[in-house]
Design a protein. Structure first.
Length: 349
């Protein structure tokens, strides 16, 4: 069961073509979609990413900020995602390996190796893999422009959607003034973020003991602290303005761990989130439509189901004095076994 935040087609006219594109310039795939030939998803939903089971295939998948090399990478959900979702082109949009963290303290276990092997297996099977280098994996900058088998390393690149729109693909650290001009402050912020994640982990351990669902401290701070909200807004505006200035129809990026797709004045801003907390990706279906797949929502749904079952089991084991009172007028439940007759009473034939 896959949970998705499916969004409607972006910048599309009622006839199915992108805004500003004459009918004669529509790509063949866009004309097929307009006629109703859904997509490459074998489930028949055109790659909508709904709740159906089984494998799913998309034209393009964008993931970023996995931060392999830290204890906070959700390798369990990432491996499940890579095993469930297939695509023609996989974009790794930066911060795949956390070189900053590995320099301070080495951490690399079996699941981290399994993630790398899963990506290599996709490349070997024919999936084009483009690794856009971010600030945490900047140690690979010397290899930018090189190709290793079906994997290409780049600083930034572009991608043309099935409907003909051209998107800038960039991690986004170049538009973060703190990372660009105050590296020491950026490193301090990284330490503070990891501290928040560590506090969040122990906080949720306590919440599980109290049979409460998962709650994200960092997501709460991002949504409540004015400076964090202002930073996200400035980042989105800067990335969008640069893509517009360079003649693109939109941009896909990462860096700020905040998944979103929005269109402003004909420009599409898409951020694929992260695999530390939210566990989200952006996918493009066969018709060029973009949507967010929320893999973390599936994990949270499973957790809620497990909590509900635990409460049910706990209620059944409570002593009678602590069980809720039976509503007046309802009969007592039938006994689990036959009641023996009294000593002075003849058994019923």
């Amino acid at each position: 069961m896959t949970v998705a935040r499916a969004l409607p087609p972006l910048a599309f006219r009622p006839d199915g073509r992108p805004a500003g594109q004459p009918p004669h310039q529509q790509p063949p795939r866009a004309r097929e979609c307009q006629k109703g030939h859904g997509g490459d998803n074998p489930g028949g939903d055109g790659g909508s990413g709904g709740d159906g089971g089984g494998r799913r295939r998309y034209r393009t998948v964008f993931i970023s900020d996995t931060h392999l090399g830290t204890r906070f990478c959700r390798t369990d959900l990432l491996l499940d995602f890579l095993a469930t979702v297939d695509c023609d082109h996989l974009f790794l949009v930066g911060d795949i390996v956390d070189g900053w963290r590995l320099k301070r303290s080495w951490f690399w276990d079996g699941p981290h190796n399994a993630v790398v092997q899963a990506i290599l297996a996709k490349a070997e099977a024919g999936t084009r893999v483009t690794w856009v280098i971010g600030n945490h994996d900047e140690c690979l900058m010397a290899y930018a422009g090189m190709r290793f088998g079906n994997i290409t390393l780049v600083r930034e690149t572009e991608h043309r959607l099935a409907d003909g729109r051209k998107f800038l693909i960039v991690h986004g650290d170049a538009f973060d003034m703190v990372v660009r001009y105050a590296r020491g402050l950026a490193l301090l912020g990284d330490v503070a973020y990891n501290l928040a994640l560590r506090v969040n982990r122990w906080l949720n351990v306590a919440r599980r003991q109290l049979h409460l669902p998962y709650w994200s401290l960092s997501a709460y701070l991002k949504s409540r602290v004015k400076e964090a909200c202002d930073f996200i807004n400035r980042f989105e505006q800067a990335v969008t303005d640069e893509a517009r200035r360079r003649g693109y129809d939109g941009v896909v990026c990462g860096h700020i761990h905040h998944a979103d797709i929005r269109e402003t004045e004909g420009m599409v801003y898409a951020n694929d989130g992260d695999w530390v907390e939210s566990c989200t990706a952006i996918v493009e279906d066969a018709c060029g439509r973009l949507q967010i797949l929320d893999w973390g929502a599936r994990a949270r749904r499973r957790e809620l189901v497990a909590l509900a079952r635990a409460r049910t089991r706990r209620n059944h084991t409570l002593p009678p004095a602590l069980l809720p009172e039976r509503p007046e007028g309802l009969p007592e439940p039938a006994a689990g076994r036959r009641r023996e007759p009294a000593a002075n009473q003849e058994p019923v034939a």
